[in-house]
Ligand binder design. Structure first.
Ligand code: FBP
Length: 319
């Protein structure tokens, strides 16, 4: 079994991109070790501040963000970083040629219950002689040079695409390295498993309500087959399940806060997951368009998300 370093060396990924990926994944190994210490290291609970999204920050949101930010800013190939926990982009090395946007700890509401969380990242190639600005980041997801996540679960796993399919790696704690454990991930076109936060049902559009009602109606309903439901409350966990055994994941528009087109963030949640799902033969859409075609308007922009098994996403969109 090959290590991540060997896989990257053998890939078509430019050396500078390999540096960004190696720096990111090495920092995630450190985050994994911190997570394992949990309350022994006094790192559970809240940090006492709110982030730019108005969300209460967990101590580990801040710790993981600071670890990634400092390591990436010391990586010469990095021109700038953007993070869920940073109000604005953070310029790094002007002569760097990659921009990276990340969610340092996705699913942070799971931290204090010792459930699955993850780090999600999205990387773009971008060269200029000027210091980076937010505008430099606002490229459609289809231009991502690489995307991935590290899942902190029973084992620590890296799932990565550089545009040539999706591979999975498992952390070998003894070696402190990611080792390739699965290649050529493919998501089945059809499924009988869906993921959505059902407690939001009354706030969904009538179309989305009808679609989910028909899933729940099962064999006796118009879909004439039973569907199972799962909800990890961490997108990284729900998407990982879909890459492993298929399914559809939805965080649709809801009227809870009409000013927000969705809950999930385009640049460091929806775009990287859309690249992984599409590279695995699935689909990733909002209610109206392919996520990777969206022209971003801001680094913390929110979008509705419907992704997973291609035929099931089409079925949902048909409603
Ligand atoms: P953050 O934890 O990074 O803010 O991410 C948002 C998120 O936790 C997703 O990972 C997850 O899919 C969703 O929110 C869960 O939402 P809800 O609390 O409504 O179930």
């Amino acid at each position: 079994m090959q290590t991540l370093a060997q896989v990257l060396k053998a890939s078509n990924a430019p050396a500078a991109l390999q540096d960004v990926l190696t720096t990111t994944t090495n920092t995630c190994i450190d985050i994994c070790e911190a997570l394992h210490k949990g309350s022994l290291a006094g790192i559970l609970g809240v940090a006492g501040n709110e982030n730019v999204q108005g969300e209460e920050q967990k101590k580990l949101d801040v710790i993981s963000n600071d670890m990634l930010k400092s390591d990436l800013m010391n990586c010469p190939a990095v021109r700038a970083v953007a993070s869920e926990e940073e109000d604005d982009i953070v310029p790094a090395n002007t002569d760097g040629e990659y921009l990276i946007a990340f969610d340092p700890l996705d699913g942070s509401s799971n931290i204090d219950i010792n459930a699955m969380v993850g780090t999600i990242f999205s990387i773009y190639h971008d060269q200029s002689t000027q210091p980076a600005t937010e505008a430099d980041f606002l490229k459609p997801g289809s231009e991502q040079a690489a995307a991935g996540y590290v899942l902190y679960g029973p084992s620590c796993m890296l799932v990565l695409s550089t545009g040539e399919g999706v591979n999975m790696f498992t952390l070998d704690p003894e070696k402190g390295e990611f080792v390739e454990t699965q290649t050529g991930i493919a998501v089945a076109k059809d499924t009988q498993e869906f993921a959505i936060n059902m407690s939001n049902q009354r706030f969904w559009s009538s179309n989305m309500q009808s679609y989910v009602e028909d899933l729940v109606a099962g064999k006796e309903g118009p879909r004439e087959k039973n569907f199972n439901m799962r909800w990890v409350a961490a997108m990284v966990g729900d998407v990982h399940r879909i890459l492993c055994r298929g399914g559809i994941f939805m965080y649709p528009w809801d009227s809870k806060d009409p000013s927000k087109p969705g809950k999930l963030r385009l640049m460091y949640e929806a775009n990287p997951m859309a690249m992984l799902v599409e590279q695995s033969g699935g689909k990733a859409h909002t209610h109206t368009q392919r996520i990777l075609d969206i022209q971003p308007e801001g680094i913390h922009q929110r979008v509705p998300v419907i992704l997973g098994a291609a035929n099931e996403v089409d079925k949902c969109l048909s409603y």
